[in-house]
Design a protein around this ligand. Structure first.
Ligand code: PEP
Ligand code: MN
Length: 371
């Protein structure tokens, strides 16, 4: 059960103390307090843990400082969307809003290869009116002999260039705790010219120790990719690990499932789960057309499969698109064959805009129905 307290509640007030005292008197119930500092107000939520079935909503509603009470189902306690749960479904990070009502495109390099390519990519992102990008520094590779990413050695120039081109958020995968420290250190050293959204890749979706470490810090938001061979429920529970440790600024990423049933795509595209994740949880949902389709194959209409699936996901309400571009795909050290060309960026963004408009019109159409 969650008690949502009146905004800006004063912890020193007599009412608040009275609330704590009354909660402490409930047998077998523990409380965990979560405070969220927004731009305009402070929101306090109290999680009641234990046998809350015996508690009456009306009694809880009458406690001092309590604005609303939500009875949560057992699953996804923090990130889940519970019955009558009207809590906010967005967070702001470095001036960018991430919510179930927004759409942000992260076009960028699958892997940072050199400074020149980073600069060309970021300039193109800026010139096309975007403030987010992807830049892989730590690459989990199938073969131990494949390029593993430049790691910490590229961070300073990546962050400096991001500052130069007004990039606000970079999605960057980490696979180890040390990477988190290296990123924070490099951001600090370069004077925080940009922000980083930590990406947990599909190979680490159930790396629970990594999830706990990333969840314990709240400075950087997280993009958690769905595990490629586990159920949706298992991946949503993985996201809940982040939140249960303290970090609720989580975006959930769909990137396809590993099965030959999806052939000839690299993975079986799972963007039909966009509305499902939005229904089950309050997380914004990201789609990754590059890693799910994995090639530049096009249909007879001339449109790339990657663009078709992007449109499908966006038209179903996706909130973020993570997509590989490269200034010279044949020279890319990772995933060149699935990279889109820079000349395709304005075209891609226009196609996304059309799909987004169609989604908003579909929502409007639904709202016009009087049932
Ligand atoms: C990536 O986005 O670079 C990546 C490796 O994705 P995934 O974890 O989905 O394979
Ligand atoms: Mn890749």
């Amino acid at each position: 059960m969650i008690l949502i307290l009146n905004p800006n509640v004063d912890e020193q007030s007599a009412e608040y103390r009275q609330l704590l005292a009354q909660l402490a008197a409930l047998p077998g119930i523990q409380t965990r307090v979560h405070v969220e500092h927004g731009n305009e107000q402070k929101l306090t939520e109290m999680y009641l843990i234990g046998n809350t079935k015996a508690l009456e909503i009306a009694d809880m509603q009458n406690l001092p400082c309590v604005e609303r009470v939500v009875r949560v189902s057992e699953e996804y306690r923090i990130l889940g969307r519970h019955k009558d749960d009207r809590r906010d479904t967005h967070f702001d990070y470095n001036g960018v809003r991430f919510g179930q009502d927004t759409l942000n495109v992260f076009a960028g390099l699958c892997a940072v290869d050199n400074r020149e390519h980073v600069e060309i990519m970021m300039r193109a992102v800026r010139d096309n009116g975007q403030v987010c990008t992807r830049m892989g520094a730590y690459k989990p590779r199938t073969s131990p002999y494949a390029f593993q990413g430049h790691g910490k050695y590229c961070l300073n120039y990546v962050f400096e260039l991001a500052g130069k081109y007004g990039i606000k958020v970079i999605a960057m995968e980490i696979t180890h705790e040390s990477h988190l420290h290296e990123i924070k250190e490099a951001l600090h050293q370069t004077g925080n010219p940009t922000g980083v959204m930590l990406q947990i890749g599909t190979r680490n979706t159930q790396n629970f120790e990594l999830l706990k470490i990333v969840g314990r810090q709240t400075e950087l938001p997280v993009l958690l990719k769905r595990g490629f061979g586990i159920t949706l429920d298992e991946s949503l529970n993985a996201a809940e690990y982040l939140a249960s440790e303290g970090n609720r600024n989580v975006v959930f990423g769909l990137r396809g499932m590993k099965t030959n049933m999806g052939d000839p795509h690299r993975n079986f595209v799972d963007f039909s789960h966009v509305p499902v994740v939005k229904r089950l949880t309050r997380m914004p949902v990201c789609i990754d057309p590059s890693h799910s389709v994995g090639s530049r194959a096009a249909s007879p209409d001339g449109i790339l499969d990657m663009m078709h699936v992007t449109a499908q996901g966006v038209m179903a309400g996706a909130n973020m698109v993570l997509v590989d571009f490269h200034p010279a795909p044949p020279k890319a050290l990772v995933d060149g064959p699935q990279a889109m060309l820079l000349k395709e960026l304005p075209y891609f963004l226009e196609d996304v805009r059309i799909a987004r408009e169609a989604y908003l019109k579909r929502v409007e159409l639904r709202q016009r129905q009087d049932w």
